[in-house]
Ligand binder design. Structure first.
Ligand SMILES: [Zn+2]
Length: 365
């Protein structure tokens, strides 16, 4: 009996172990639209040319965003939940409600699975959303401390603004020089080609980069493409967070033109990431928001003049309408494509995103 089972067992062992051994854990790309609710996504369908890349998703869900302190979250509370799986208070940067550091998904994938890691933001790299992936502080305004924690995080590729927090510091440290002495290839002027044999950092503005209407150009899609090129040359899986930061700022400014152009830029970046996932199937792309900003709706558009007390609708057009200049408590959309995409449809709390990402990495599907 034994000798007849043995060849079968060894064949089974080979059949199941070889593919597992040959393949890295999946790459994880997280694209976050700060302030991007369903209405913001909808704007791409009414104001863009052609079909938005959002339409390429078939696995879609909704995410509850409230923090433990506020029904209406801020970016810090929401990004802490997404990055650590632990819900905390508004202004927290990856600390628990009692301000104890909680390990982030970036740190766990780096330490436990050997992932390379990357961050792209249009704001300072020390701003709440990117900070929640590598730093742990009690309040989001501690930019100098957050910058100091980036030094120790070992992030392999980062691009954004915030140079002043590295070079103009009360403690006299020059963190830019410290990064260079750690072996980083740095650039503070442009997205020059990355060196695949080193870590690369781009700090291209003293604070935030300009918005699209202020002339940012193609920084977001270009930085996303550069990051993917860099990681593809590494002999390791990667975790890459990319943030479209100004959709939120358009909501705060109640600026419809800014909102439409930032969402279009986000969708262009999304196209690059989706193309990558389709060419590299052992990759998961998750797209979501930290919260909605502006209570935006796409409403009827009216002629500017009121005639005989009557507003006259323009039936062929639609207007971006703001309910406030603040964040809202609306559910935000989540989209997934690639390895493990089936785990993401549904309606759930934002800290579940962390849990589901880890399940995909551990192949617990
Ligand atoms: Zn905001």
């Amino acid at each position: 009996m034994h000798h007849r089972l043995f060849p079968l067992l060894s064949w089974l062992f080979l059949a199941f172990s070889v593919p597992v051994l040959a393949q890295h854990p999946p790459n994880v790309i997280l694209l976050i639209g700060d302030g991007m609710g369903v209405a913001q996504v909808s704007s791409a369908f009414y104001f863009g040319e052609g079909t938005p890349h959002f339409q390429r998703f078939t696995k879609i869900g909704l995410v509850k965003t409230n923090s433990v302190s506020n029904k209406v979250t801020d970016s810090a509370g929401a990004a802490t939940a997404i990055a650590t799986g632990v819900r905390s208070y508004n202004r927290a940067i990856s600390v628990s409600p009692d301000t104890v550091s909680v390990p982030t998904i970036l740190e766990q994938l780096r330490d436990d699975y050997g992932y390379r890691t990357g961050l792209v933001s249009l704001t300072s790299i020390t701003h709440a959303t990117p900070a929640c992936f590598y730093a742990h502080v009690a309040d989001r305004d501690e930019h100098h401390e957050i910058a100091a924690q980036l030094i120790g995080s070992g992030v392999d590729f980062f691009a954004g603004g915030g140079l002043d927090y590295f070079t103009r510091r009360a403690d006299g440290r020059d963190l830019y020089r410290e990064l260079a002495s750690q072996g980083y290839r740095l650039d503070s002027l442009e997205l020059s080609p990355a060196d695949p044999s080193r870590k690369n950092g781009y700090l291209l503005a003293p604070e935030s980069l300009p918005s699209k209407v202020e002339g940012r150009g193609d920084f977001l899609p270009d930085a996303a493409r550069m990051g993917l090129d860099y990681f593809t040359r590494q002999e390791a899986p990667f975790f890459f967070m990319v943030e479209g930061s100004y959709i939120d700022w358009a909501g705060h400014a109640e600026n419809d033109t800014m909102l439409i152009r930032e969402v279009a830029d986000f969708d262009k970046t999304l196209g690059i990431l989706l193309d990558y996932v389709e060419a590299h199937p052992n990759t998961l792309l998750v797209v979501t928001a930290d919260h909605e900003t502006g209570g935006v709706s796409l409403a009827k558009k009216y002629h500017p003049q009121v005639v005989f007390g009557q507003k006259k609708e323009i039936p062929a057009e639609v207007a971006v309408s703001f309910n406030s200049n603040q964040h809202s408590a609306e559910l935000v959309p989540i989209f997934a494509k690639g390895k493990g995409e089936d785990l993401f449809p549904g309606i759930y709390q934002n800290n579940e995103i962390f849990t589901r990402l880890l399940r995909v990495v551990r192949s617990e599907q």
